[in-house]
Design a protein. Structure first.
Lengths: 260, 303
């Protein structure tokens, strides 16, 4: 059986700077893999190179057994980009944005039941009652959920998410973790970029840590550091705060540097 | 009054002009919606400038071939130049924005200057270009009407038929790429239908005002709608209304149809914008808490 995601010797340059050096990554079917690293370690670039958004300098990528390109079964892959704003020049409703997820490389016209599928996907992220509202009127966290629904509307086998819980409040993070658990239980392969494991800790089976554009760890998720490492520590506070910031610097990336 | 309108509708010249205006009013806002969506409102203007060189080249070729009507090839010339220009602009845009801005400017000014230079070589004068710059709907021939019908049908077919795919790439190009959509082909499709729209609208409002017909109805529509589909439909309806009524006014008043149509559209924008903000003020008076009730509220120490 082939892997869901297979990258070999991946090198990516953006604006003259080499962002990724010889990255190897394998994600097996049904696995939940977290991609961790400090800001600027190249984790977003890696995930964007995997789905073909940024060009590769060198190396190969296979998705669901097919080399990156037209032959990939795009209808089985859901991608959630890092949140920018989901609103653009012309107003569009949440349902319209989600419906744009029903088309892909092999289907330029939406299916007949696109509208009801979009409604179901919005229901899945708790926004059923906002389907006809303009995306620009939704809050940041709600816009993020619209983007997740857009990826889920095609019922993907492989879900690729770029920092889906950044800036999302705790109950929403927990709800999101629950939704991912359901998908994972049904066999969905999940590759998720995270700044920290947070609410997803119990879900992530394997962690890949990037530092300066290279993989420095591939295996068990790294334990939380400092006060979070205590056996009886109840992890109720995974987000923000200066303490976490320090932990991050000590634990995963001793020498954090901004890269372009 | 009824007699006057019947007289207008019986005039074959007005009939042709009205058909052209109706089709242009319907087609221009379709592509305009995509351009506004990706914040390329001025693309139509750029294509219009380039199309002027096409008009002059068509004229030159017509003269060289010794055609009796020296401007017979002006519209085909404009179509070819507009498509080449639009695709070039799209490819420049794809490379990166900073240099693209300057490259676009070069293309715009090159288009106007090239048109003026070439028309003088073709034995015409800059005055001959005026008809194309500001429109000359009163000289629309039966052949022009058929060309308009075919080109607008193509624009409507692609612009409305492929709307989900075109919406996807205009809304979020990164997601479209990650969905395996043929992003470049679709971008070039938008550029080509924009070019066709410019040349279709050239006879009605003129190259300098084409962009207004694409953008202003969309600007009005998005003031009152919250969905992409309804914005496009409203803009199309509005485009038809201002084109047909603007043209009809010129049957009685001796003014430029293109300018009349654009002024009407902008007047509608002004009325809707002012009306909309008045309604907004009235709504704000009603007691309604826009903040949702969420579980994760900040816990404050009881005092």
């Amino acid at each position: 059986m082939t892997a869901a995601v297979l990258a070999r010797d991946l090198e990516v340059s953006l604006g003259g700077a080499t962002i990724l050096h010889g990255v190897d990554l394998t994600v097996d079917h049904g696995e939940v893999v977290g991609l961790l690293g400090a800001n600027g370690s190249g984790k977003s670039t890696l995930i964007r190179a995997l789905v073909g958004v940024v060009p590769r300098e060198r190396g190969t990528v296979e998705l669901l057994g097919k080399p990156l390109g037209r032959s990939v079964a795009w209808q089985r892959i859901g991608y959630v980009p890092q949140r920018t704003t989901a609103a653009t020049g012309v107003p569009s409703t949440a349902a319209e944005v989600v419906m744009s997820g029903t088309i892909h490389g092999r289907r330029l016209l939406p299916p007949r039941d696109a509208r009801s599928r979009a409604q179901a996907a919005l229901e899945g992220v708790g926004l059923a009652d906002r389907a006809d509202d303009a995306v620009r009127d939704l809050s940041g966290g709600q816009q993020q959920r619209v983007l997740i629904a857009r990826a889920l509307v095609r019922r993907p086998e492989l879900l690729v998410l770029d920092e889906p819980v950044a800036g999302v409040d705790l109950p929403s993070q927990d709800a999101f973790a629950g939704a991912l658990r359901d998908l994972s239980d049904r066999g969905t392969t999940i590759l998720v970029v995270l700044h920290e494991l947070g609410a997803l800790t119990p879900l992530v089976q394997r962690a890949v840590v990037l530092r300066h554009g290279s993989v420095v760890h591939d295996g068990a998720p790294p334990p939380a550091r400092g006060e979070h490492a205590g056996a009886d520590h109840d992890h109720i506070h995974p987000h923000a705060g200066d303490r976490d910031q320090t932990d991050e610097t000590h634990g995963l990336a001793p020498s954090v540097r901004w890269r372009p | 009054m009824v007699d006057e309108v019947a007289g207008m509708l019986a005039d074959p010249l007005m009939q042709r002009a009205l058909i052209a205006a109706l089709l242009v009013g319907l087609a221009a806002p379709v592509i305009g919606t995509y351009l506004v969506q990706r914040r390329l409102s001025l693309l139509g203007d750029g294509i219009g400038h380039v199309a002027l060189t096409g008009v002059a080249i068509g004229w030159l070729v017509g003269n060289v071939m010794g055609l009796t009507e020296s401007d017979a090839l002006a519209v085909p010339g404009a179509v070819v130049a507009a498509i080449i220009g639009a695709v070039a602009i799209e490819l420049v845009r794809e490379r990166g924005r900073t240099s693209g801005d300057v490259a676009l400017a070069l293309l715009f000014y090159g288009g106007i200057a090239g048109g003026v230079l070439i028309i003088s070589q073709a034995g015409g004068t800059s005055a001959n270009l005026m008809a194309y710059l500001f429109g000359s709907i009163s000289t629309v021939t039966t052949g022009d009407v058929w060309l308009t019908v075919v080109l607008s049908a193509l624009v409507l077919l692609v612009g409305v038929g492929l709307r989900t795919a075109l919406f996807a790439i205009c809304h979020d190009e990164e997601f479209a790429r990650a969905a395996g959509l043929p992003v470049r082909a679709l971008n070039i499709t938008i550029a080509v239908i924009a070019a066709l729209t410019v040349t279709v609208a050239m006879r009605v409002v003129g190259l300098l005002l084409v962009s207004a017909l694409m953008i202003v109805p969309v600007a009005v529509a998005q003031l009152v709608t919250s969905s992409f589909r309804r914005t496009m439909a409203t803009a199309m309806g509005l485009g038809v209304v201002v084109c047909v009524s603007g043209l009809s006014i010129t049957y009685w008043q001796d003014v430029s149809p293109g300018a009349m149509i654009v002024v009407l559209a902008i007047a509608v924008y002004a009325v809707v914008a002012v009306g909309g903000s008045l309604i907004g003020v009235m709504r704000r008076r009603s007691p309604h808490d826009p903040h949702p009730q969420v579980a994760d509220d900040v816990h404050l120490a009881p005092r």
